[in-house]
Design a protein. Structure first.
Length: 421
């Protein structure tokens, strides 16, 4: 499929606005990183706890932060998810020992319960209780209430209740115990006992992640190593597949894409976690592939000995691959922007990196990598002309001396050195 046919856009003639834009974005990103002391890392790399909490009615972020500060010192970040009653709560480990790290989830849950979930009469919170805890709580009261159940029956009942609670649209949050009347196995007598022993809490903890600082530091170093190894491997491959200058141009373009993307993460104060590293590696491969397609067409046109300067051949090659670039980048961008808009908070960093990277990576193949090739070719041709001029002058000087003979192997002046490739 070809959208554009026989185009002749002067891409290289319009390179300077894009090069200036890249320089500005790079400078602003690096300044932001310097001012903030480096990228903002997620708990994957720094160590800490991340808790996804869903409320019946979400309290203000400052109230949540104040409640947690009573038991957990240090910085606490509360991120509200627009359009929902959910929040992401993250906190550092703040020098906790390995043993204390295991209790941070309980400390966070206890702080939230104390402020937002007062327990009426010591009842069990059905929204946070596990299947085993619910079974233990109901076993004796059911027997005393005239509805005894065997262990197998009780396990089946609690499994049905927790499955009902955890499936959408409830997703872990029962707002009224009367809802359980529709659960298989819940009779009127059983529901009465459940109401006596349990209450529906005002929030539920959907997920919790805890990463120790030592593991986080190891992951950070491994992520940096993976990106650098990927760039080095691609440099070697392209240098072998084409020429070394092609590899250098492609790696500079990909490095440019990565620096700008990380700089924009710093500007927008977005954390870098493992999903973002996955997105960066995806972009390295994507941008490199786009650049290689253009380089391959340049090489083919050079082999065909197309007429015109090297700049004209590069421009023609970019025009010939324009349809492929627009189709590939356009469809990938639509997928990434949909993921960014509708993918939710968990995938926000990943999708943001993809959206930025696709835009930057597409234009870097045309306006960064290709101009580097042209610059190098012009530099090589200039050296060739200077070398040719020196040789011509030497031959002329020899011939001007009386009785001088041409040097052995010297060629006529009209055939002196062609421009270097």
């Amino acid at each position: 499929m070809e959208i554009f046919k026989q185009t002749n856009f002067d891409f290289l003639g319009k390179k300077w606005p894009f090069i200036i834009l890249s320089l500005v974005l790079t400078a602003v990103g690096l300044i932001s990183l310097a001012v903030k002391g480096g990228p903002k890392y997620g708990i994957d790399f720094t160590g800490g706890a991340l808790m996804d909490v869903k409320f019946v009615k979400r309290p203000p972020a400052e109230a949540i932060r104040s409640a947690l500060h009573k038991a957990i010192p240090g910085e606490i970040e509360v991120q509200e998810i627009s359009g929902t009653q959910e929040v992401f709560i993250s906190t550092g480990l703040n020098g906790r020992s390995d043993q204390a790290q295991q209790t941070i989830r309980d400390d966070m849950a206890a702080s939230l319960n104390a402020s937002f979930n007062p327990n009426p009469g010591g009842k069990l919170d059905i929204n946070t209780a596990g299947q085993a805890a619910l079974a233990d709580r109901l076993r004796d009261p059911l027997a005393q209430g005239g509805a005894p159940l065997s262990d197998e029956q009780l396990q089946a009942l609690t499994k049905q209740i927790t499955a009902y609670r955890d499936t959408p649209p409830r997703s872990g949050l029962i707002q009224s115990l009367d809802e359980l009347s529709s659960v298989p196995g819940v009779t009127a007598q059983t529901l009465k006992v459940i109401k006596e022993q349990c209450f529906p809490g005002s929030f539920t903890i959907r997920t919790t992640e805890v990463v120790g600082p030592r593991i986080g530091a190891d992951l950070r170093q491994q992520a940096i190593n993976v990106v650098l190894i990927a760039l080095a491997a691609m440099l070697v491959y392209i240098a072998f597949r084409f020429e070394w200058i092609y590899g250098v141009a492609a790696v500079i373009a990909v490095f440019h894409d990565t620096i700008i993307t990380i700089g924009l993460f710093s500007l927008f104060n977005k954390p870098i976690d493992l999903t973002v590293i996955a997105a960066l590696l995806t972009l390295v491969g994507y941008s490199m592939n786009d650049t290689i397609v253009t380089f391959d067409r340049i090489r083919e046109n050079l082999k065909l000995q197309m007429r015109g300067s090297f700049t004209e051949i590069v421009n023609r090659s970019i025009n010939q691959t324009l349809s492929r670039t627009v189709l590939t980048s356009g469809l990938t961008f639509l997928t990434a922007i949909s993921l960014f808009l509708f993918g939710g908070q968990v995938l926000n960093g990943f999708s943001f990196a993809l959206v930025i990277g696709i835009i930057i990576g597409t234009y870097s193949s045309v306006f960064i990598a290709s101009p580097i090739l042209v610059f190098w070719q012009n530099l090589a041709e200039g050296r060739g002309r200077r070398a040719g001029g020196v040789r011509s002058a030497a031959v002329a000087d020899t011939r001007s001396r009386p009785g001088a003979r041409p040097e052995k192997g010297a060629r006529p002046e009209k055939n002196v050195a062609k421009p270097a490739r």
